[in-house]
Design a protein around this ligand. Sequence first.
Ligand SMILES: [Zn+2]
Length: 911
Amino acid sequence: MSKDYKDTLLMMKTEFSMRANLANKEPEVQKYWEEIDLYNEVLKKNKDHIPFILHDGPPYANGDIHTGHALNKILKDFVLRYRTMSGYYVPYIPGWDTHGLPIEAALTKKSKINRKTMPVSEFRKLCEQYALEQIDKQREQFKRLGILGEWDNPYVTLDKKYEAEQLRVFATMVEKGLIFKGLKPVFWSPSSESALAEAEIEYHDKVSPSIYLAFKVVDGKNVLSKDCEVVIWTTTPWTIPANLAVAVHPDYEYVVLNTNDRYLLVAKDLVEKFVEATEITDYKIVKKVKGRDLEYTTYSHPLNNKVCPIVLADYVTLDTGTGLVHTAPGHGEDDFNTGRKYNLDVLTVVDARGIMTEDALEFANVFYEDANKLIVERLNEVGSLLKLDYIKHSYPHDWRTQKPIIFRATAQWFASIDDLKADMLEAIKTVDWIPTWGETRIANMVKDRKEWCISRQRVWGVPIPVFYNEDETEILDKDIILHVADVFEKHGSDAWWTMDAKDLLPEGYTNPGSPNGVFTKETDIMDVWFDSGSSHHAAVVTRGLNYPVDLYLEGSDQYRGWFNSSLSTGVAVTKKAPYKAVLTHGFVLDGEGRKMSKSLGNAVDPNSLIREHGADVLRLWVASVEFTSDVRISKDIIKQTSESYRKIRNTFRFLLGNLFDYNNETDRVEYSNMNEIDQVIIASLNSVIEKVLHAYENYEFDEVLRLIMTYMTNDLSSFYLDFTKDILYIEESNNHERRSIQTVFYDNLYALVRLLTPIIPHTCEEVYQHLNGKKERSVYLTTLPRAVKTANSNALLTKYENFKELRDDILKALEEARNNKIIGKSLVSKVVIKPTEKTAKLINSITDDLAKIFIVSEFVVTNENIQGNEYPSGIIQVSLRDGHTCSRCWKVVDQLSEDELCDRCDKIINK
Ligand SMILES: [Zn+2]
C-alpha cells in the first residue's frame, strides 16, 4: 500500500460556498449595503466627477411588480452601476406615477367604495393612501432586485412639491398660448366615463353591424335627378342620428346605377364590390359624374328628414364602402374638420355614459350599442337600408376596461402640438435613439399629432387650474396658475376641492367678467401623462440635476407614451428635448413567444422566481437576452440561466480557493518574470476586459455576458485552471511558478468580479468579501478594470490561438486512447508527436513544459516515424507511461525514492 501524502498537498481552501443559497444570502448582502450606506458612499466618492443622469420613468403605483418591471429596472441598474464604476457621478431617483383612473378603479373594486356618495376630498384621501401603500410594496420588490437608489426620497407625482412644479410647467405653456379649450370629438370611453389619450387605446377585434344606406336626393342641382339616392356605408349605425353631411372625393368618378327602379349613386371603382355586398344582380350604369360636381347637392336624412349637403373631402378612399362617406361632426375627427370647413353643427347624440341623448329623438335613453338594432330596424322600415351584415374588424378599446370606445365631441382642454411640432421634430434629431429605428418611430408619431387632449373627467389627479367668471368666460392666466402652484406646494392639490375659488385666487383678485366677485373652479383634472410628462422639470431640474438628462430607458411602448409627453412639455418649456439619449427594450413573452396573460396562465412572477433562484439569477437572465427586441422567460430558460450562474460561481470559488495563502502585496510575481503561458492568460484577460468595456458602453449586456462566459469556460475552467492544479497543489507554497499562477488567478478574479458587479452585484460582493487584501468596504466602491496592453500581448495571443489547435488534437488523441482502454487518467500517459512543419515551429517557440500543460507524464516531440493517428498538427501516439507512480503527485516517473516519491516531491517533502 502506498503512503498517504494528502496532508502535504496545498489543496484549495475557501469559505465561499459552492451552494449559492441566494434567496437567503442576498437579503443579508443588501442589509450590509444599507448599513454602510453604499449608495451614498459611492456618490460621495464620485462627487466631483462628470454626472451621468438616468431619469427614471415612473411605474404606475398599482399591484405587484411583473417581469416587465423587473427587466426595466434591472437594465437601468446595469447602466447605473456600469457608469458609477466607470467613475461618473450617478444619482438615481426612482419615481412613481400615482394619479389616474386605475387607482380610482382599484379602490372602488377593492374597497367597494362609491365615490359618488362621499366628498371628493375624502375619496382622494383614500386614493392617496392606496397609492402610497402600493409604492411601499413595489419599493420593497424593486429593492429586492438589488437596485440602489434614493428609495427613501423618490419622486412621487402626488407629492405637493411635484404637483406645484407640474402646475409651473402648465403655467409656462399657458403663457406661450399653447393651452386652449375646445369642443372636439375625442376618444371617449363610456365604460370609464372619460376621454382617453391615444396612449390609452388598444385595438382589438370586434364584430360590428355593417350597413349600406340610401339617402334620397332633395336638390340635385342639375347634376342628380330627384329620384336618385346617395349610398353610404357604416359600421356604427348609432351615429346615423348625428349625420349632417355626406362627403365625396373631388377627383373620383361616381356613377348612378339603375336597379329595381331605384337610382343609386356610388363611386365608379367600387361598383363591383357594392353590388356583390348588397347582392344586386341586375343593374345598369345610367350616369357618370365627377365628385367635385356633387358639392352642395342635398339629400334628406332618413330618420329626421333634415336636408343635408354633399361635401368634398380628400380623405375619402376607395378601399371600402361606396366612396361616399357618412359624416357626423360630433363623432369623428375627420368629420369634425370637414364640418368646420362647411359650417356644420357639432351634434353629439350620446352622453358620457354612452346613452343616446334627446338629440337622437326616438332613440333617446338607450345605450348606444343597443340603439344600433333599433336604428337599423327603423332605417329598414323607411326603405333606407339596402343591406345589413356583420363584420369582424380591428376596433379601438379602452386599455383598462377592455371595452370599445367611441368618438364623442365634448368640451376639453388641449395642448397644441401643432404649434410645437416643428421644434419637436428638430429636437428629435438631437437625440441618440437606441435602437436607431426609434427616431423614425417617434418622429412619425409627432407628425401625426395635432393637439393633446389633457383634460379628464375624474377627481384623482392634478386639477386643471382654471377659474370661470360669472359670465362663464374662463380665466387662463399664468400668474394665477403660479399663485395656485404656491398654494399646492403648501397644501397639496386637495386645496382645489377643500378651498373656495376666492381663496385659491390671489387676494383681492377682480375680473370684469365677475361683477359680484363670484368665481367657479374647473372640475376636470389633467391627463396623467401630463403628470409624468412634467417629471423632467418636477423631478430633475428642481432637484438640481441637469436638463437634458443623459438617458431615458423604457419599454418600446413609451414612444407613444412617456417619451412623447415628456418631449411635448420639454420642448414647450425649453425648446429642447429632455433627454440626450433614449434606449428602449421589448416586452417579456413566455417561453413560446406568447404574450403573458391571466387567461393563458403563463405569467412568470419575478417575486416567486427570486424566492426560488435569487435576484442574481434573474439579473443574469436579463443580461443574457437581446433586450431591444421582445424577450422570453420560462422555467426552462431560468434553469439554463441557473446553470450559467453555477459556472460563474464555481469559477470564482476555484480562484478564491487557490489564493488562500497568497498575499498580493508580498507574493506578486511581476509580469516579466512569469512563464509564457501565464503571460498568455494575462493577455487574454486584458483582451476580454477591453471588449467587455466596449460592450458595456454600447449597452450590449448580452455581449458582456457572452464574452465573460466564453472566457471563463474555454480559457479558464477547461484549460488554465485545469492544468495549474498540479502546480498549485503539489509545489511548495512559495514556489515561484506557483506564485506566478496565483498572481494570474488574483488578477483574473479581481478583474472578473468587478466586470460582473453591474450584472450580479450580490454574488460579486460575496466574492469580494472573501478576497484576501481587498481594500474597499464594497466591490461597488472599486472601479472597473482597464485593459492593459503589454508589448508582447498581440504576438502572445496569436501564438495562443495556434496552440489551442495543437491542444485540441492532443486532447482528441488522449480521449481516443481512453476509449480504447490504453490509458485511464491522462496523467499516466506518454504522448509522442511527429508534428507538421508548422506545429514543430510552434512547439519550438513554446518555453513552457508541455507535459504539464497537457497534464501527461511525458511529452515527446520526434522526427522519427511513429505509430499513431494523424491529426492536423501531426501524428500523435498515446501510450501508458512506463515507470512508477509517485504517491504524492501521481505522476509516472522512472524511479521513486524510498518514500515512494518522485524527485520533485522528494525535494519538497525531505528538504
Ligand atoms: Zn511527485
